[in-house]
Design a binder for this molecule. Structure first.
Ligand code: AG3
Length: 279
């Protein structure tokens, strides 16, 4: 935050993003991480965790729509959904737009992320009191260890980068527990970083998910201005097939979206040429 700009530097990639700041609204160290909130000139309110951009008013729709709707419209009947992380409640809000969802549990380790989102990103939190929503502030790794086998249709891992509190969400032990918790046709979707900067991480994720028992894995791609390289991804893993896109349901969706639609859904799963050998 020098000369009125917030900057996140990507040291390994010789690059950075800078956003012009109007005002720093908040800063605190929680037991888990350092959270900062800025009012920026063009991106609206911005949440930063441990120096990394997390959510902005202007572009969070891209990430939150693409981390939820493609997976929800791939599952035949997603009634129970867990969101591991996702403390800003943006994914929860999108999940609850689906009338077939009967229960959505958000398992966020750091309650302060949610309390600050309620204060500074109220529009992301306007579904938090939906009777189908449950907000827990506990460790998601422990949650999947303790949960009963075959108890959930869809697990969404909406985490920070694979360092610090989120590190344990990117390994075989965690995926095996997720696999165990999912019903026979269950799906997992995890944010999987930048296809340009972190292609090896995505490759490893596919191998590790399949090693944990998932039959099918697939990555979807979408833009995200405030994240490293401006290009981001989510990776899906299915106990069975990922080929049951409920396209007609997506077309008739009973809610508004800003990015997602059935054409975007199909296009997002197209693997760029340089990516094919990695998958
Ligand atoms: N989760 C992914 C954030 C990763 C950003 N990385 C970075 N800026 N270096 C976002 C949480 C939104 N619910």
């Amino acid at each position: 935050n020098d000369n009125g700009w917030f900057t996140e530097v990507y040291p390994k990639h010789g690059s950075a993003i800078s956003l012009k700041v109007v005002e720093k609204l908040h800063e605190e160290q929680t037991p888990f991480q350092r959270i900062e909130i800025y009012e920026t000139e063009w991106m609206g309110t911005l949440m930063v965790i441990d120096g990394c951009t997390m959510v902005s008013d202007r572009d969070n729709f891209l990430y939150h729509e693409m981390m939820t709707h493609p997976a929800l419209y791939t599952h035949a009947n997603p009634e129970t959904v867990w969101i591991i992380g996702g403390g800003d409640c943006g994914s929860l809000k999108e999940v609850l737009k689906h009338p077939e969802v009967k229960k959505a549990v958000q398992i966020e380790i750091d309650e302060r992320v949610t309390r600050l989102a309620e204060q500074y990103f109220p529009e992301l939190c306007d579904s938090n009191h939906d009777p189908r929503a449950e907000l827990l502030f506990i460790d998601g790794i422990q949650w999947v260890k303790d949960a009963a086998a075959g108890s959930v249709d869809l697990i969404i891992v909406d985490s920070t980068d694979p360092v610090g509190p989120a590190e344990g969400l990117f390994n075989a032990a965690f995926y095996r527990e997720c696999f165990r918790c999912l019903k026979p046709d269950g799906l997992l979707v995890q944010q999987s970083e930048s296809p340009l900067f972190h292609a090896e991480l995505i490759r490893d994720m596919h191998h590790t998910m399949r090693g944990a028992g998932f039959a099918t894995t697939r990555t979807l791609f979408f833009p995200q201005f405030i994240y490293p390289s401006g290009w981001w991804s989510g990776t899906l893993a299915g106990k069975g097939t990922l080929d049951r896109f409920r396209e007609e349901d997506a077309r008739q969706r009973p809610f508004a979206t800003t990015y997602y639609n059935p054409e975007v859904h199909r296009a997002a799963f197209a693997a760029p040429e340089f990516f094919k050998p990695l998958l």
